[in-house]
Design a protein around this ligand. Structure first.
Ligand SMILES: *[C@@H]1O[C@H](CO)[C@@H](O)[C@H](O)[C@H]1NC(C)=O
Ligand SMILES: *[C@@H]1O[C@H](CO)[C@@H](O)[C@H](O)[C@H]1NC(C)=O
Ligand SMILES: *[C@@H]1O[C@H](CO)[C@@H](O)[C@H](O)[C@H]1NC(C)=O
Ligand SMILES: *[C@@H]1O[C@H](CO)[C@@H](O)[C@H](O)[C@H]1NC(C)=O
Ligand SMILES: *[C@@H]1O[C@H](CO)[C@@H](O)[C@H](O)[C@H]1NC(C)=O
Length: 637
């Protein structure tokens, strides 16, 4: 891993430098070892904090985000100004477009007026914008700009042009500066404060609350009212999320607004205007505090929690501890340490992470133990969270583990969740040797697909270097294409909740993914009314007919061999799981459950919706409909 190598080398150099300096300064060996160790520890902790809670490091992350947003905002403003100027002449804009531009500029002006403290740049800009806004306000509703008196048109255009010059000058200046220098420039547009004011002046159903926690910290919250007596959702931000930005970036608020759910938004400690220092425990404690505060203040009857990414963990803990009415965990992970381990394919990284910070808690247990309507939303091909570290797989591990799950610190330090489940799988389902064979065969097919993809891309851009190298295979590749798509289509029959085997493997098959995938098929299938077993049967039939009809692909002998291996191994895995299901021995040995333990276990998993929008994008319309269905089904509306 490149990042790891660079990290290790720079850390080593840094250690030596600090060591030399402190030795030079103190002349004592003990001090010269102690100081560098302390420095290193601090630096390593800062790195962990930056990765886990980027939003809490205001001087770095917030500034960086702000620069980006500010550039974007400036260019948008310029666009709107152009529209205004152009529409004073005969134009091709719709009335709506023009009104949007006017609204945009007026809102910006109002926002700046409301800001108590402004720096010079903001003051200058605001003064000019105010002139324009005053002119625009006087235009009667629905009147088109090109019908105005010439004099007024001229005034408007001239102010717009001045504003354009101002912003273009600013943009030019910024483009001439290095990113480091820009860091030290005063803030301009799109700051957290501006966005917050913008939210508050545009919506009259909002209340901002600055809560004082028992530990004397301030938590900045926003309460969005849609129905005083209706259900309310506590929204927990992702690790880089400020509610000020989330409000604009994220579709969930519109979703809940449509359903007439009230929404509680809040910033974690040290994010935005919230004070204090961040840690997982603090997040959870504050989440509870915020939820309890609003619950009693508004006598909320139905209060649920919805968390995105890292927020999923906070939401699950709060929902579990407070026995909330529902829980939605959106693209979240099992535990922070498992993410580190899976991302870098290294259990050492998880060990180091645990030595540095105490944030690797078994948060999946909160979700698993929560009793009530609960839903996981997950993208198996999430670009941030590898499949093995997603919450959906964590609950499957719990499902097959001895009950009740006994967590100890060893789990975190030595990545035992993974090893225990794999041990179970190898001993009860399919031996390690066979799993590895299955893995190799799957990888063969995946590589073929990757290769075809590459060739296709290369044919689009022929000047690519590797083109020659692959050219000899081209005939083969062309012949392989239809076969491969056939293979993919019947392989998609092996799936749970829309996740197919090859999708889950994505670009890299590994034993853990295989074990988790089949475990998920069986765990989630119980809610799917045996859908999996029906589909699997169809797969067997399709696979058989493929093997019979594909004799003549002489060059593709290997494919047939690999498909045979895959079919055989899948067969034994599924056979084993069916036996286990029949004899129920994974659910009956539990303690603490009554005769309908199976039913209990089934409920522990909750529901799963698979999405394919990546880690940060909005869900597709179809997927949000499924979430709505979940809420309806549980009579939460
Ligand atoms: C900055 O903006 C660019 C282009 O809009 C985007 O690709 C990039 O991810 C942004 N970076 C951050 C940190 O938001
Ligand atoms: C606005 O008008 C200018 C000329 O005055 C023209 O070059 C430009 O393309 C127009 N912009 C748009 C978005 O129509
Ligand atoms: C508000 O919530 C109450 C209680 O859930 C419900 O009966 C009512 O229909 C809701 N009103 C609207 C406008 O959704
Ligand atoms: C099964 O559980 C139900 C309720 O949990 C209980 O009423 C019933 O007596 C139990 N039956 C047996 C055979 O334990
Ligand atoms: C999500 O949707 C909102 C509109 O509801 C949009 O403004 C925002 O840019 C979208 N976010 C992403 C990451 O696409």
């Amino acid at each position: 891993m490149n990042i790891l190598a660079i990290g290790t080398i720079s850390m080593s150099i840094l250690t030596v430098v600090i060591y030399l300096i402190s030795y030079y300064l103190s002349g004592s060996i003990v001090i010269s070892i102690a100081i560098p160790s302390l420095c290193l520890y601090k630096i390593a902790r800062l790195i962990c904090t930056l990765i886990t809670f980027p939003g809490s490091v205001k001087s770095l992350y917030y500034k960086f985000t702000l620069l980006n947003l500010s550039d974007y905002f400036v260019s948008r403003t310029l666009q709107h100004l152009t529209i205004i100027i152009n529409s004073t002449n005969p134009h091709r804009y719709t009335q709506q477009t023009i009104e949007n531009s006017i609204y945009f500029l007026n809102t910006q002006c109002r926002t700046l007026s409301e800001m108590k403290q402004k720096n010079d740049q903001q003051n200058k800009y605001h003064a000019q914008l105010k002139l324009l806004s005053d002119e625009l306000m006087q235009i009667p509703q629905g009147e088109s700009l090109d019908k105005l008196q010439t004099e007024r048109k001229l005034r408007i255009t001239s102010i717009c042009k001045q504003l354009q010059i101002f912003l273009e000058h600013y943009a030019y200046q910024m483009s001439q500066q290095s990113i480091i220098r820009r860091f030290f420039q005063p803030e301009f547009l799109c700051t957290l404060q501006q966005r917050r004011i913008e939210i508050l002046i545009q919506n009259n159903n909002l209340e901002r609350h600055l809560l004082k926690t028992p530990s004397k910290e301030t938590i900045d919250c926003l309460f969005i009212k849609h129905n005083e007596s209706g259900p309310t959702v506590l929204f927990c931000n992702p690790n880089a999320g400020y509610y000020e930005y989330m409000f604009f970036d994220c579709d969930w608020f519109r979703f809940y607004a449509q359903l007439k759910f009230n929404i509680i938004l809040w910033n974690y400690r040290s994010f935005g205007e919230s004070t204090g220092s961040i840690s997982i425990e603090n997040c959870i404690e504050d989440g509870r505090f915020v939820a309890e505060y609003f619950k009693s203040k508004y006598s909320i009857k139905t209060l649920g929690a919805h968390g995105q990414s890292l927020g999923g963990m906070v939401a699950a803990e709060v929902a579990y501890q407070m026995k909330l009415s529902f829980l939605i965990v959106d693209r979240s992970f099992s535990s922070l340490g498992q993410v580190a381990a899976a991302m870098f394919s290294s259990t050492t990284i998880r060990f180091i992470y645990n030595c540095l910070v105490s944030w690797d808690r078994p948060n999946y247990l909160a979700y698993y133990n929560y009793v009530g309507p609960k839903l996981i939303i997950q993208d198996p091909k999430d670009e941030i969270l590898p499949y093995e570290s997603q919450l959906q797989t964590a609950v499957v591990r719990c499902h097959f583990a001895d009950q009740p799950i006994k967590y100890s610190f060893k789990h975190s330090f030595f990545n035992q969740e993974s090893t225990q489940y794999l041990k179970y799988f190898y001993s009860e389902i399919l031996s390690r040797k066979h799993v590895l064979e299955l893995c190799t065969s799957l990888q063969y097919i995946i590589n073929l697909a990757i290769k075809i993809n590459q060739v296709e891309n290369k044919q689009e851009s022929e000047n690519n270097k590797n083109y020659i190298e692959l050219q000899n295979d081209d005939d083969d590749i062309d012949a392989a294409k239809p076969i491969l798509s056939q293979i993919y289509s019947f392989f998609s029959l092996i799936h749970y909740c829309g996740n197919s085997l090859l999708d889950v493997m994505h670009r890299q098959a590994n034993p853990e993914k295989i074990a988790l995938f089949f475990g998920s098929c069986f765990a989630f299938d119980q809610q799917d009314e045996g859908e999996f077993e029906k589909c699997y049967h169809n797969f067997e039939v399709a696979c058989e007919s493929f093997l019979e009809s594909s004799h003549y692909y002489i060059n593709w002998g290997y494919i047939r061999t690999h498909i045979r291996i895959i079919r055989e191994k899948c067969r034994s895995i599924i056979g084993k799981f069916q036996q286990i299901k029949l004899s129920n021995d994974y659910s009956l040995e539990m303690t603490g459950y009554t005769n309908d333990s199976d039913l209990c276990k089934k409920n522990m998993l909750g529901e799963l919706i698979s999405v394919s929008c990546g880690h940060n994008n909005n869900l597709s319309r179809e997927d949000t409909c499924l979430v709505q269905k979940f809420l309806l089904k549980n009579k939460l509306r």
